[in-house]
Design a protein around this ligand. Structure first.
Ligand SMILES: Cc1ncc(C[n+]2csc(CCOP(=O)(O)OP(=O)(O)O)c2C)c(N)n1
Ligand SMILES: [Mg+2]
Length: 314
């Protein structure tokens, strides 16, 4: 008899007393700060190329494409203290697409977490800078990553825990970086569903919408469009930006932090391999490093900003 096993639940959705976010908005970028961030991004790109050439393996396209965003985060947006990485008030950064860690290592080094010189130890046996982020070796990371699809679930857990700890008064934000190809992982959408249901306004995801993944263009491998509608349907506030425009990056994060009734996702349109023509928009650079000659050419192109300024030898 089916009836004997029927249990009735009095299910009610959890209600939260959601209040406007108390986060102080970042000040709007003035021209000097934009120039500072753009120059910093150039240094970061050079460091990434030097590290990859030295390592003789690793990912080129994703790190160069996300350099402007990571520079804006580590030099303007994030609440963090490189000299005190476990500061309790810090924002949390989850790099779900762990393979782009050369850019994370580079901004961490340039902002003072460890010496810039250490970047040349990327992917060497026994070093702290493994090919995918390893928290056991580098404890100033929030998570280890590499297997795609897991970071958003971890970030949702952190955002829920933050709410339990601090209620609505928390001034900490959890940022989760995701690749667009990574969105093929079903676990992402489980986490997105829970974040929407829990109205995690302290969670901001940033999708690297570079249109490539390991073996092709995303829309050929597994179409993601209409991507904005997908996130909206899961209960997220969605923003779309040019991921190479410092003002757009900062304004989007400001808007996302001001939203208090749902999580936000920033879909950042980026050019994979940005800054070096040979690497741009070619998925073959997803997981290949430049050799010494390609690296030297790339450095020259970056030094002259693609021929816009005279090189130091002219
Ligand atoms: C669970 C899992 N499956 C496969 C891989 C291998 N893999 C590494 S990166 C990548 C492509 C991901 O595409 P995207 O997130 O768009 O990264 P991009 O090429 O833009 O850097 C794949 C399939 C992995 N790291 N984890
Ligand atoms: Mg991609």
């Amino acid at each position: 008899m089916l009836g004997e096993f029927t249990t009735t639940y009095n299910l009610k959705p959890t209600t939260y007393n959601l209040k406007p976010n108390t986060c102080t908005p970042m000040t709007h970028l003035h021209d000097d700060k934009i120039k500072f961030l753009e120059e910093k991004a150039l240094e970061v790109r050079k460091s990434i190329i030097e590290a990859l050439v030295e390592a003789k393996s690793g990912h080129t396209a994703g790190p160069l494409g996300m350099t402007d965003i990571f520079t804006a985060f580590y030099f303007h947006i994030l609440k963090h203290d490189p000299k005190n990485p476990t500061w309790d008030e810090r924002d949390r950064v989850v790099l779900s697409n762990g393979h782009i860690c050369p850019v994370l290592y580079a901004v961490m080094a340039h902002s003072g977490y460890f010496p810039v010189e250490e970047l040349k130890t990327l992917r060497k046996f026994g070093t702290r800078l493994q090919g995918h982020p390893h928290r056991e070796y580098l404890p100033m990371l929030e998570t280890s990553s590499g297997p795609l699809g897991q970071g958003l679930s971890q970030a949702v857990g952190m955002a829920l825990a933050d709410r339990l700890d601090r209620g609505q008064n928390s001034n900490r934000t959890v940022y989760c970086f995701l690749g667009d190809g990574e969105l093929n992982e079903g676990q992402i959408w489980e986490a997105a569903m829970l974040a929407g249901r829990e109205k995690l306004h302290n969670l901001i995801a940033i999708v690297d919408r570079n249109n490539i993944q390991i073996d092709g263009f995303t829309e050929n491998v597994m179409p993601l469009e209409p991507l904005v509608d997908k996130w909206r349907a899961f209960g997220w506030h969605v923003l779309e930006i040019d991921g190479h425009n410092m003002e757009a990056i900062v304004d989007a994060v400001d808007e996302a932090r001001a939203i208090f009734e749902k999580p936000s996702v920033i879909i950042a349109h980026t050019i994979p391999g940005k800054g070096v023509e040979m690497f741009e928009n070619d998925y073959k650079w997803h997981g290949n490093p430049p050799n010494a000659e390609q690296g030297a050419n790339a450095m020259a192109e970056l030094r002259t900003l693609g021929g816009q300024i005279a090189s130091e030898h002219e």
